[in-house]
Write a protein that binds this ligand. Structure first.
Ligand SMILES: Cc1cc2nc3c(=O)[nH]c(=O)nc-3n(C[C@H](O)[C@H](O)[C@H](O)COP(=O)(O)OP(=O)(O)OC[C@H]3O[C@@H](n4cnc5c(N)ncnc54)[C@H](O)[C@@H]3O)c2cc1C
Length: 285
């Protein structure tokens, strides 16, 4: 059943200050609307007062400095894919953007909305986790920077205060050529499907020894998950069949997939393990 749209209010402030004042007064942020309009269409959007942040320049743009790249929260999937430096230095994020929805969603859906929506099945969080992203949050009290690794606290629970906006994501830059990276999404079909499992991994191997490794998954826990215990099993060890088997076993104890209408816990566990093994077995280039 559709919501009665005239019963809703959508304020369009001219600047960030105006938006923050409205948010402090009980309004909620409305960015691309690709998640929110689905709820509205289904009659499941109980909150009535929304503030459009779409026009806020402070939340837009991609800035590159020698140390980090800052991606505005309103950056769309199309913009992520088009940016040459992001494609070259953060291929997992570009791949996640490519795998998200279809062209219409990619032109309108934002990175900030994907993260703030808090879905454990969202496609970009595993990439952001692998890249050690930091969030820049803004409220009338000022700016707060939090590591993305600690942002998700449980199912749709986040370290995001009422009235606080995600302004940007900061990604540290890394020396070129050190990492081999893989992003994989498993869904019912190639386009317009929410992930049954999504996987992001980066590994740096010196000789045959794992110098460093990062593994993060979606749809295998109540929130997007960086698998630090699985990483610890591999770090500093030769990348042997035994080490890969140990990591595969550790992953099973670290994730907590569930049965739902998209898939089963058993299938998700198996797929997550095979994606990890595939990633680790690829030759280092
Ligand atoms: C057909 C279809 C296909 C889709 N496919 C995929 C897919 O393959 N993978 C995937 O991950 N997602 C998918 N989505 C979900 C959705 O498109 C993404 O989550 C998108 O990134 C949401 O961004 P948005 O700007 O549209 O968010 P909105 O709908 O505007 O907002 C979503 C939530 O985030 C909050 N919010 C938005 N911006 C901010 C901010 N800057 N600060 C604080 N809170 C904020 C809002 O209050 C709301 O709670 C799909 C959706 C549809 C309709």
């Amino acid at each position: 059943m559709r919501s009665n749209l005239p019963a809703y209010e959508l304020a369009t402030p001219a600047d960030l200050g105006g938006a923050l004042a409205l948010l402090a007064g009980g309004y909620r942020p409305f960015a691309g609307g690709t998640d929110l309009m689905v709820l509205a269409e289904a009659g499941k959007l109980p909150h009535r007062r929304w503030v459009s942040v779409w026009g806020l320049g402070e939340l837009r743009g991609i800035a590159v400095s020698p140390k980090e790249v800052t991606i505005g929260a309103l950056t769309t999937y199309s913009q992520l894919q088009r940016h040459g430096l992001l494609r070259a230095e953060y291929p997992l994020l570009a791949a996640a953007a490519r795998e998200t929805g279809g062209v219409a969603i990619q032109n309108r859906g934002t990175l900030g909305g994907n993260v703030a929506n808090g879905s454990p099945a969202a496609d970009s969080p595993p990439a952001l986790l692998v890249y050690d992203a930091e969030l820049e949050l803004v409220s009338p009290d000022g700016i707060r920077r939090v590591p993305y690794g600690g942002f998700h606290r449980g199912y749709r629970k986040m370290d995001l205060g009422t009235g606080e906006l995600i302004r940007a994501f900061r990604l540290p830059r890394r020396p070129p050529g050190r990492w081999r990276e893989t992003y994989r999404k498993v869904g019912t079909r190639r386009a317009q499907a929410i992930s049954k499992v999504c996987f992001a991994g980066a590994i740096a191997v010196a000789g045959n020894v794992v110098d460093d490794v990062r593994v993060a998954l979606g749809s295998v826990a109540p929130m997007p998950l960086r698998c630090t215990r699985t990483e610890a099993v591999l770090r500093g060890k030769p990348l042997t069949a035994e080490a890969i088997a140990a990591a595969r076993a550790e992953l099973a104890s670290e994730i907590a997939p569930i049965d739902d209408f998209r898939s089963t816990a058993r299938y998700r566990l198996r797929v997550a393990q095979e994606l990890l093994v595939d990633f680790l077995r690829q030759p280092n280039v």
